[in-house]
Design a protein around this ligand. Structure first.
Ligand SMILES: [Zn+2]
Length: 128
């Protein structure tokens, strides 16, 4: 697999946060909630290089887990509210922080993968 001609001028972070094409910054990256489109509708970049894997989920688990557990501990140690208050507070926060971050984080990792030309390691033929 070879990444298509490299074009820059589009920040991978801006393209990721707006869920746009990492090459032109205009075409939509996703065709569903998390399903990556086959190619850019604007510049035609083939998105088959996409291999973000579990990367976005790992970052979200670490960030959202630290945030929610930290806040829950702070609220519990400060006010000792009943359990239903915890459920009322943290359930929406968990849903918002995980589902809300998933798309832009996946798009950012794909844009960084494109910008850094990251791909699977391979051995050149004849050198092995
Ligand atoms: Zn594009």
């Amino acid at each position: 697999m070879d990444l298509q001609p490299f074009h820059t001028g589009v920040s991978p972070y801006q393209a990721g946060l707006t869920c746009r094409c990492p090459r032109c910054g205009r075409g939509r990256l996703f065709s569903g909630f998390l399903k990556v489109a086959p190619s850019c509708e604007n510049c035609g970049l083939d998105y088959s290089f996409d291999d973000s894997g579990d990367g976005p989920v790992v970052f979200i688990i670490l960030a959202a887990g630290s945030l929610v557990v930290g806040l829950a501990l702070w609220v519990e140690l400060t006010w000792q509210p009943p359990l239903w208050v915890h459920a009322l507070l943290w359930t929406p926060l968990v849903l918002i922080s995980t589902l809300g971050l998933l798309r832009p984080l996946k798009a950012t990792l794909i844009a960084l993968q494109y910008a850094k030309r990251a791909q699977e390691g391979r051995l050149d033929k004849g050198e092995a």
